[in-house]
Design a protein around this ligand. Sequence first.
Ligand code: APR
Ligand code: PHB
Length: 396
Amino acid sequence: MNTDKPSRRTQVLIIGGGPSGLLLSQLLERSGIETVILERRSREYVLGRIRAGVLESGTVELLREAGVGERMDREGLVHEGIYLAVSNRGFRIDFKHHTGGTVRVYGQTELTRDLYRARDAMGGTILHEVDQVRIEDADSGSPRVSFRHEGRERRVECDFVAGCDGFHGVGRQTIPADVRREFERVYPFGWLGLLSPTPPVSEELIYASHERGFALCSMRNPNLSRYYLQVPLDDATENWPDAVFWDELKCRIPRDAAESIVTGASIEKSIAPLRSFVAEPMRWGRLFLCGDAAHIVPPTGAKGLNLAASDVYYLWQALKQHYLDREDEGIDTYSARALARVWKAERFSWSMTRLLHRFPDQSDFDRRMQQAELEYLETSVAAQASLAENYIGLPY
Ligand code: APR
Ligand code: PHB
């Protein structure tokens, strides 16, 4: 699209150049549907984000369909299970045995890089460092998006607007307050994350529940490890020099892992809050919300990126049906269809968070309930099969 003129037109205007926006644009353009992406940040900033990359099989299939699966297939790590640990004693949940399925570990940063490369290869229009984005007449037949770019006021007329602009974006706020319903739970703790250029302590992820708090051992690749500790909401990274972090992690994970872990200097350390959030509906007129714009999950279930992928799949199919088949059943059912899967993933993520973390206001009874549920999980095939089918991803 030539953006030299103040006002131009496209078919689908996508706000947000994160995983949701990039993947939706890539799939639509491969279906012959024109898009423009407006991104608030620079490409370097977007690619500098450190985020989890545990991909469900549905996400893997969709990335291959989008033509960006080659490096993921080559470099991604196929995981057939995870470990849970209770008070330093671990047990494995075997996805392959219970479901026949697996997940793939491939950093979201790399996935975003692959999507940018694919968009560039197709000559995609991505405007970075835009601001003052405003969605106008979304509930009419001809929505418009105004914004400033390179010091000039611009406007794009379009058929549809995709709000792929994350939790703090403008998309969700465009849906009138009397139309929108929001559901939220903010957790009374955060995750202190550390990235280290060291080999992972285990070939598969370890989710550890401990009296001192939750811990997670993950990775990005065979030479880059990612670790997390549950910390109080008012904690700060300054309180956690590397040596203190490593010592605390060793207290919370299984003994064999604590004895074998390779520690090293951190290359990134940050604290993130945990929240469960859903906004309904995910459609208003010709505006559709995808990904973090509509919902947030605590990272305990590794669902954030995977929910963005299923939203994108549903919207891609709906818009393809509109343009190619002149049918609007997909558009009309998009919100209900996406939310049905979102709420199941919200439940799983909330359940895993409630099970594995120490809550400050936890009663002795609550603690016994956690311990009983963890013992049930360790000894029940049915309980492990249930966790496995949710972790690898429920069907689209
Ligand atoms: N105008 C343009 N771009 C915007 C605006 C705006 N008003 N507001 C936000 N953005 C951009 C952000 O800079 C970001 O790059 O929208 C993008 C939204 O990307 P994400 O927040 O990554 O959300 P999403 O693409 O849905 O991906 C979800 O990312 O946050 C993780 O855990 C989450 O893994 C999940 C995935
Ligand atoms: C991560 O590798 O950052 C990660 C993995 C699994 C999670 C959360 C984060 O559940």
